[in-house]
Design a protein around this ligand. Structure first.
Ligand SMILES: CCCCC/C=C/C(=O)SCCNC(=O)CCNC(=O)[C@H](O)C(C)(C)COP(=O)(O)OP(=O)(O)OC[C@H]1O[C@@H](n2cnc3c(N)ncnc32)[C@H](O)[C@@H]1OP(=O)(O)O
Ligand SMILES: NC(=O)C1=CN([C@@H]2O[C@H](COP(=O)(O)OP(=O)(O)OC[C@H]3O[C@@H](n4cnc5c(N)ncnc54)[C@H](OP(=O)(O)O)[C@@H]3O)[C@@H](O)[C@H]2O)C=CC1
Length: 319
């Protein structure tokens, strides 16, 4: 199982005069004791690709049985086989999280396979860059329905089942820092992630009395080979991949981070396994940012303003 390694990129950073933040520990290692998740069932939406798969992998290494859910069966099956190679059991359930009936079916399938998941990672989301004035109503709805409504439906089903069973649980919502900074060019996704962040804070209080933790986990820039063409295209505008590999090292992206490197997906996975672990039982309603301080970045002097249209190489509105 690979981690879409930024290791190569990290080496680049170390060749510089400034070291940047140190490289992460090797893939396959963990700060948590072996077997921390033995007997636990972990449900990860969007667990067939990218960061969701990396998160699922870290839970699997620590003994969890996994349920991964998303729309595309072929990718889910490939990920299931890959994750099963880490030792645990893995079930893949096709599901569009916008549909409450499909959401119910995922939990039914999980219960039948291993029992009620004790951990839910709401990782599935949708996003593409688009100037707000060009965005169709359906484009807005699509991103908000998947990212915010889908997250709510999954979380509601998880809580209902735990409330009925009287059992504790842990929810982790994967967010984005533009939830609180705003995201020019990503107005739909930023608004949806702001809603996801708000859910963390509302539901943590609402459900703490029942033993359910709800936390947020925000990745910084963590490129991986499953990035959609839209997101990849956005990165390509800033930093074209070198060589023949579409996921080749991108020194230019590293140079744009205070850490002088992008994040490795496993760094998010490690944070998720901590947040849902017995060592974080008094942490709820919190959002942990794993981004090398990129979201706090400010220059002494503000950079020149470049409109979203110009950044995307688009002509005047309406032409
Ligand atoms: C680089 C910084 C990133 C920072 C943070 C990153 C956050 C992330 O969330 S990354 C995760 C990205 N991953 C995904 O988005 C995976 C899932 N995404 C998708 O499957 C598609 O992108 C989807 C959301 C468009 C698919 O949803 P679906 O319901 O199948 O939608 P349709 O294909 O029917 O399209 C709906 C609607 O949206 C319009 N649209 C699609 N792409 C674009 C685009 N690039 N620009 C403008 N509009 C777009 C599409 O045309 C439809 O609208 P109508 O034509 O009006 O019907
Ligand atoms: N990569 C990064 O640098 C950053 C990522 N993030 C966040 O991290 C998370 C993962 O992103 P990343 O791995 O990069 O993106 P991916 O595109 O790889 O993952 C998105 C996942 O969501 C699933 N998905 C999309 N729509 C639905 C749906 N309607 N129902 C069920 N599943 C769905 C997709 O599977 P399928 O198509 O099969 O449905 C896919 O597995 C997201 O929440 C994203 O916002 C935040 C900041 C930066």
């Amino acid at each position: 199982m690979t981690d879409d390694a930024t290791d190569d990129v990290t080496d680049d950073a170390h060749e510089r005069a400034l070291p940047g933040l140190p490289a992460p520990a090797p893939l396959g290692t963990s700060a948590l004791p072996e077997g921390t998740y033995d007997g636990a069932v972990v449900l990860v939406t969007g667990g067939g690709t990218g960061l969701g798969k990396a998160i699922a992998a870290e839970f699997a290494r620590l003994g969890a049985d996994l349920v991964i859910a998303s729309r595309k069966e072929d990718r889910l099956k490939a990920a299931r086989d890959e994750l099963a190679g880490l030792g645990g059991r893995v079930t893949a359930v096709p599901c569009d999280i916008r549909d409450p009936e499909r959401v119910t079916e995922v939990f039914d399938a999980a219960r039948q396979a291993y029992g009620l998941p004790g951990v839910l990672v709401n990782n599935a989301a949708a996003n593409f860059p688009v100037p707000a004035e060009d965005m169709s109503p359906n484009a807005w709805r699509s991103v908000v329905d998947i990212t915010l409504t889908g997250t709510f439906l999954m979380t509601r089903e998880f809580a209902r089942r735990h409330l009925a069973a009287g059992s504790p649980g842990s929810v982790i919502n994967i967010g984005a820092s533009y939830a609180w900074t705003g995201g020019p060019g990503f107005a739909h996704s930023a608004a949806a992630k702001a809603g996801v962040q708000s859910l963390v804070e509302s539901l943590a209080v609402e459900w703490a009395p029942y033993g359910i933790q709800v936390n947020g986990l925000v990745p910084g820039l963590m490129p991986h080979q499953d990035m959609t063409a839209d997101i990849r295209g956005n990165l390509d505008r800033a930093a074209p991949a070198r060589g023949h590999e579409p996921d080749g090292p991108r020194r230019e992206l590293d140079a744009r981070q205070p850490a002088l490197r992008v994040g490795a997906p496993r760094e998010l996975g490690w944070a998720a396994t901590f947040l849902a672990s017995p060592y974080a039982r008094f942490i709820t309603g919190h959002t942990l940012v794993v981004d090398g301080a990129n979201w706090q970045r400010r220059g002494l002097v503000s950079p020149e303003v470049v409109t979203v249209r110009e950044q995307m190489g688009r002509g005047p509105f309406g032409e």
